[in-house]
Structure formats: structure tokens, C-alpha cells
Design a protein around this ligand. Sequence first.
Ligand code: PRP
Ligand code: MG
Length: 170
Amino acid sequence: MDLKQHIRGVPDFPKPGILFYDISTLLRNGLAFRTAIHRLGRAIQPYAPTMLAGIESRGFLLAAPLAMELGLGFVMLRKRGKLPGETVGLDYALEYGTDRIEIQADAVRPGDRVVILDDLLATGGTMSAGIQLLRKVGAEVPAAAAMVELTFLGGRDRLGVPCEVLVSYD
Ligand code: PRP
Ligand code: MG
């Protein structure tokens, strides 16, 4: 199956001149969604993860079903102020300003190998912050994975770990 056929490019969203790759159309198709999860599973299994992490919000849509399919635990990397209990956070730069993601301080155990998932790798700023945050709480991060990569933005060069992707645009 060609997953690209299920991803819609929406021009001028969220700003004029930006072509937004929308995975909503893929998620609406049960077979395409399941195929994407299976393929991500095959791609990340060689890294022998003990747990998966997803980045709010769209990363959750892939990481949670994939964790269930592989029989692994799932941990949420959330936007600021959403998680109860003791948390650890990391601020990272956006095009304008900064953002912050957080994790529960006890989310991983020493020695956990956590593969991090998001829907899309663009500049890599979000994924890179997620990797650093997981390391801050003691996880080993052998790899990242995303459904879509915007290759022309060079995000993977910022990660320092391999990134498995299903669909690339250049
Ligand atoms: C989008 C996308 C990735 C990130 C990629 O998330 O889902 O998480 O941007 O961009 P980057 O590689 O340049 O960091 P967004 O912040 O729009 O939020 P959402 O997932 O909650 O929709
Ligand atoms: Mg996102």
C-alpha cells in the first residue's frame, strides 16, 4: 500500500506559503492506519525498545496503538502543565519564542530503552527536545520514528539517533 496516497497536502495552512501534510485522511482509513502502525512496528523492532514515548498531541495517535500492538508500555510527553505529580520539563526553541514539554519524573526505569514517536519530523526541534527529556529522566533512546518526514528541513541531522520514517517529502 502506498501510504502517501492517504496523506493530504493542504496549501496555506496554518500560514500562507506553508503546505501542511495532514494525516487525518490516513487515520480515517482503517486499513491505511493499521498498515502504518504495522510498518512502524517492523521499523522499530530492531532497536529492542522496552517502552514507547509519544509527543502530544499527534504523536499519541501513533505511539499508543503501536505500544499496544508490540505489548509495550506507553509514556506521554505532554505540553506544559498537563501532567499530575512530580514532572521534569524541557524548554525548546520554536521559530518564534519557546515551548516546553514535560514527563512524569517516575515514567521510566533505569535501563529502559525508549523509542520516541511523533507523526511528523519537520525541523526536528520537537523530536530533539523529546529525546533530551527522556534522557533527563534516565532513559536510553536508541531511535526515533515518525510517519512523515519533511526531508528538505534536515530535521534528522539534529537528533543524534536514527529516525525511522514511512513517508518522505523533499
Ligand atoms: C507538529 C507535529 C510535530 C512537530 C514537528 O506538532 O505534530 O510534533 O510539529 O515540527 P518540528 O519538527 O519542526 O518540531 P504541533 O506543535 O503542531 O502540535 P500537535 O501535534 O499538537 O498538533
Ligand atoms: Mg506535534
